[in-house]
Write a protein that binds this ligand. Structure first.
Ligand code: MF3
Ligand code: CO
Ligand code: CO
Length: 299
C-alpha cells in the first residue's frame, strides 16, 4: 500500500487516557509503564492507541482459509507463466478461479483499480495493471493476489522468471525473496515494527540493492489495508511493539539500481526511475505467543 503520514498516536496530556480509565492522560498512564497483559485489554489498547485490530482465533482461521486460496491462485498463475502469454490472460485465470471458489478478488474496483490481480513486469515495482503486454523470455513478473473469503482478506505475492533468467534477474529475485524472509524472521512479540524494516534495509543495501520507500506492508484481515504501516527500511527499536494477534504483510520492493520511482499516467503502475529491475515477495503474517506464523506460507 502507499505510505501515508499518520496523525499523532500519542494522546495529548489533557486528552482521555487510552487505557480506558476515563481519566485525563496526564492523571493516568502518562509516564507509567503499561502493565496490561490480558488479550482483551491489549486489543482495546492497540485499537485506541494505534487503530490496530488484533485478530481472535476465529478471525485467524478465516484469514488462513483465504490465504490457502491465494496460494493456490499463485500456483495456478505460475504454471501459466511462459513467453507469449499476456498479463490479462493471467488476470482472467486467477479471476475465474477466485470466483469459482466463492471468493472475491480484492483489487477489482479497489480505489478504481480495474483488474483482479497486479502484474508487475521487470522495471515495474508494483500495481502493474494486467493488459495486452506479452511476456518474453528473460522477463521477471510479480503476481500479487489478494482474496476475500467469507469477509476475510489474505494478501501475498511472488516474482517469477519467464523462460530463462539472466544474472540481473537472478540477483534481484534472490535478494527480494531473502529480504522478505529476513523481515519475517524479526516477527515476534516484543520486537517492534521498525525492527523488520531495519533488518531488511541492512541486508538489501548490503547486497548493493535499494529499498522502495513509497510503498509499505500493512495490517490486513478485516480489510485490504489496515494499521499499522510496515516500512521495509528504518531504525532498530522504532515503531509499535508487536503483540500476539497482530496480522500484517511484509512485502519489500527491492530495486537493482536506485530506489527512485514514478507512477505512470494510469495512476497505478509504479516504475523505477532508472529503468532497473525491481522484484517483490509478500506474505500475510500472524504474530503468535512464540514468534510468527505465516497465513500464506510458502518457501
Ligand atoms: N496487493 C497490494 C498490496 O500488497 C495492493 C494492491 S492495491 C490494487 O498491498 F488496487 F492495486 F490492487
Ligand atoms: Co499487501
Ligand atoms: Co499484495
Amino acid at each position: 500500500m502507499k505510505f501515508q503520514f499518520g496523525k499523532k498516536t500519542k494522546p495529548g496530556r489533557n486528552e482521555l487516557c487510552p487505557c480506558g480509565s476515563g481519566l485525563k492522560y496526564k492523571k493516568c498512564c502518562s509516564g507509567k509503564k503499561e502493565v496490561i497483559s490480558d488479550f482483551e485489554s491489549i486489543r482495546t489498547l492497540y485499537y485506541r492507541k494505534h487503530k490496530i485490530r488484533l485478530k481472535k482465533a476465529e478471525d485467524i482461521e478465516g484469514i488462513r482459509a483465504a490465504g490457502r486460496l491465494v496460494l493456490v491462485s499463485l500456483d495456478l498463475a505460475e504454471a501459466a507463466v511462459r513467453p507469449g502469454i499476456t498479463t490479462d490472460e493471467l488476470n482472467s485465470l486467477v479471476h475465474e478461479f477466485t470466483i469459482k471458489n466463492g471468493a472475491t478478488p480484492a483489487p477489482l474496483n479497489y480505489r478504481g483499480f480495474p483488474k483482479s490481480i497486479c502484474t508487475s513486469v521487470n522495471e515495474v515495482i508494483c500495481h502493474g495493471i494486467p493488459g495486452e503486454r506479452v511476456l518474453k523470455d528473460g522477463d521477471i513478473i510479480n503476481i500479487d493476489v489478494t482474496s476475500i473469503l467469507k469477509g476475510y482478506y489474505a494478501d501475498a505475492n511472488k516474482t517469477f522468471f519467464v523462460g530463462t533468467p539472466g544474472p540481473d534477474a537472478e540477483k534481484i529475485v534472490r535478494v527480494s525473496k531473502e529480504s522478505m524472509n529476513i523481515g519475517i524472521s524479526m516477527v515476534k512479540p516484543g520486537n517492534t515494527v521498525g525492527d523488520i524494516g531495519w533488518a531488511i534495509q541492512k541486508y538489501a543495501e548490503g547486497q548493493g540493492c535499494s529499498v522502495v520507500r513509497e510503498f509499505v506492508g500493512h495490517g490486513v484481515g478485516f480489510e485490504f489495508h489496515e494499521a499499522p504501516q510496515v516500512p521495509h527500511y528504518g531504525k532498530k527499536g522504532d515503531g509499535i511493539a508487536m503483540v500476539p494477534g497482530m496480522v500484517f504483510t511484509i512485502e519489500p520492493m527491492i530495486n537493482l539500481g536506485s530506489s527512485d520511482l514514478y507512477v505512470l499516467k494510469d495512476k497505478w503502475t509504479a516504475v523505477t526511475k532508472d529503468g532497473s529491475l525491481s522484484a517483490q515477495f509478500e506474505q500475510t503474517l500472524l504474530v503468535t505467543e512464540n514468534g510468527v506464523e505465516s497465513l500464506t506460507p510458502y518457501n
